[in-house]
Design a protein around this ligand. Structure first.
Ligand code: GDP
Length: 369
């Protein structure tokens, strides 16, 4: 599944948020094989109210939500790229994730020490960016040295290496200017050529502004949140506001008391849904469904995938043997009330190999085995 790494300076609320995400995932999906693989890795269900609706319409025996793997990556401190703290170990964990969630402290609490003495999101974000940038610069420097020394094997590798060099030089310039690699415009060939380096500042990043419970109703009043928003757009990143503390308290409450507690804080839903949705949209991910008596299930794909590619997420054989897909939009399925009714009304379409799957499509694949 998709991997999101939670990073941030010490004492900003990373573990609190991670634990809340994992506990909440367990509560939301009683029959989902969620798990905590290691103390710092948790697989959680992606909340999606459409699943229950579909499962009722098709009398499904079970519901299987999409999942995201969250990794709590501790150890990012000033100097990590030079081997301070957990240093390299930390950086190798971060290299493996698909997206980075950076928790930024936006709450004041004199009892909880801030590593730099005061709450200052701009400085915190700078510190972490610099560590990631140092690490990328180091890697790019080594790679360029190697490319400059070696000779390409053939003309095809020459084209690829030239593309890589040109891309790396531009990325290097951006990094030296304090900008992340993801801010550099690359063509498809260049993107492909630098992919193997897994540059840290190339990964999509979401800033998670961790606010006090009293700020949830109107987070923009908090000047720290304003700083995070402004920086996140400068840095080609997303942002969400949560209160890790509130999320953690919510997990202690019975489900039916959670809404009441949220309402008392002036909000209607938990921030975790927002966090997951932001991760999805930043990564360009979307959901399609399969639904029948056996199960109703959400599948995660990249926006723009064709029907056979979407089918391959279920099983790789489905792509090879793909014949066609019977497809109905979620809203159309719900308004028709059943697959048969949707077919009668002409809402269930038969789509071929070229069909680009849309968000919320309910699909039935026909294939040869
Ligand atoms: P980490 O070092 O980033 O993993 O931080 P922790 O999650 O361990 O949190 C550090 C301390 O801050 C703990 O005592 C938390 O209870 C507290 N904390 C976390 N989030 C909040 C919050 O939103 N408000 C307040 N007041 N305290 C928080």
């Amino acid at each position: 599944s998709l991997k999101a790494g939670i990073v941030g300076l010490p004492n900003v609320g990373k573990s609190t948020l991670f634990n809340a995400v994992v506990e909440n995932g367990k509560a939301q999906a009683a029959n989902f094989p969620f798990c905590t693989i290691e103390p710092n890795v948790g697989i959680v269900a992606v909340p999606d109210s459409r699943l229950q609706v579909l499962s009722k319409l098709t009398n499904s025996q079970k519901v299987v939500p999409a999942s995201i793997e969250f990794v709590d990556i501790a150890g990012l401190v000033k100097g990590a790229s030079q081997g301070e703290g957990l240093g390299n170990k930390f950086l190798s964990h971060i290299r493996e994730v698909d997206s980075i969630l950076q928790v930024v402290r936006c709450f004041e609490d004199n009892d909880i020490v801030h590593v730099n003495g005061k709450v200052d999101p701009t400085s915190d974000i700078d510190v972490i960016n610099l560590e990631l940038i140092f690490c990328d610069l180091d890697q790019i420097g080594k790679r360029l040295d190697r490319l400059n020394k070696g000779k390409p094997k053939d003309s095809q590798s020459k084209v690829k290496e030239e593309a890589e060099k040109s891309a790396l030089q531009r990325i290097q310039e951006a990094l030296l200017d304090g900008k992340p690699a993801r801010s550099v415009a690359l063509n498809d060939l260049e993107k492909d050529a630098v992919k193997h380096l897994c540059l840290l500042t190339m990964k999509p990043m979401i800033y998670v502004a961790n606010v006090a419970e009293t700020d949830l109703a109107d987070p923009d009043k908090n000047s720290f949140v304003q700083q995070v928003k402004a920086l996140s757009s400068d840095l080609q990143s997303g942002h969400v506001v949560v209160s890790a503390q509130v999320e953690s308290e919510l997990t202690e409450l019975p489900l039916d008391e959670r809404t009441e507690y949220l309402n008392s804080l002036g909000v209607s839903e938990s921030g975790l849904g927002n966090l997951i949705r932001a991760t999805y949209s930043l990564l360009g991910l979307q959901t399609y469904f399969t639904s029948g008596e056996k199960e109703t299930r959400a599948w995660t794909i990249h926006a723009g995938m064709t029907a056979p590619q979407a089918a391959s997420v279920i099983h790789s054989d489905f792509e090879k043997g793909f014949i066609r897909a019977e497809t109905v939009a979620y809203e159309d399925f719900v308004s028709a009330g059943s697959l048969a009714a949707a077919r009668d009304k002409g809402l269930l379409r038969s789509e071929g190999k070229e069909y680009i799957v849309k968000e919320g499509d309910v699909m039935l694949f026909r294939f040869n085995v």
